[in-house]
Write a protein that binds this ligand. Structure first.
Ligand SMILES: [Zn+2]
Length: 174
């Protein structure tokens, strides 16, 4: 999997990410839209999730529905997941609205409810949630990590890594 043994916290770059600008760009807002998001990773291959986006402003409010199957990294047991995260809007300066996710996670009995533009699914995680709930850090914080030293001592491995594409953030519209 896309997990690094030297990491004690997952980084944003290791995660699957669904973000508002990407959904807007691909025409998800306005009425009902559904589709599939597929990620390709050099380390773990292809994986997909199904999404449905309801933005009718109806009684139930606007929301995004996530549907996917996730395997536990510990037991390998598969879970079929099907849940929603609320969408809210704020007015834009020049008219129209911008959408936000409300983080759907509950941590230590407290609903998060943070308004965010990105939701992340960490490797081995079950649910999309905000960066704070998933305790994510950025890889750039880890520049002085042991891995960097070992790569410098192993220039061939470094050259090989530099030829790999970014394994985590390639999104394809299907
Ligand atoms: Zn959260």
């Amino acid at each position: 999997m896309g997990r690094y043994s030297w990491s004690d916290r997952d980084t944003v770059e290791d995660c699957k990410c669904v973000d508002i600008p990407w959904l807007a760009e691909h025409g998800y807002f306005g009425g009902y839209n559904s589709g599939t998001i597929t990620w390709t990773s050099a380390l773990s291959g292809k994986s997909s999730i199904g999404i449905e986006v309801y933005t009718n402003g109806g009684y139930g409010g606007d929301y995004i529905r996530f549907r996917y199957t996730q395997s536990s990294t510990l037991s390998g047991e598969k879970s079929d997941l099907d849940y929603t995260a609320q969408l809210v809007t704020t007015p834009c300066n020049y008219g129209g609205v911008r959408y936000w996710f409300i983080c759907p996670l509950v941590v230590s009995g407290q609903a998060c409810n943070r308004r965010v533009s990105k939701l992340y699914l960490p490797p081995g995680g079950k649910y999309f949630g905000c960066r704070t709930c998933h305790n994510l850090t950025y890889r750039s914080c880890k520049e002085h990590d042991k891995k960097v030293d070992s790569l410098i001592r192993n220039p061939a491995r470094l050259a090989a890594l530099l030829q790999e594409k970014d394994p985590t953030q390639t999104l394809f519209w299907v």
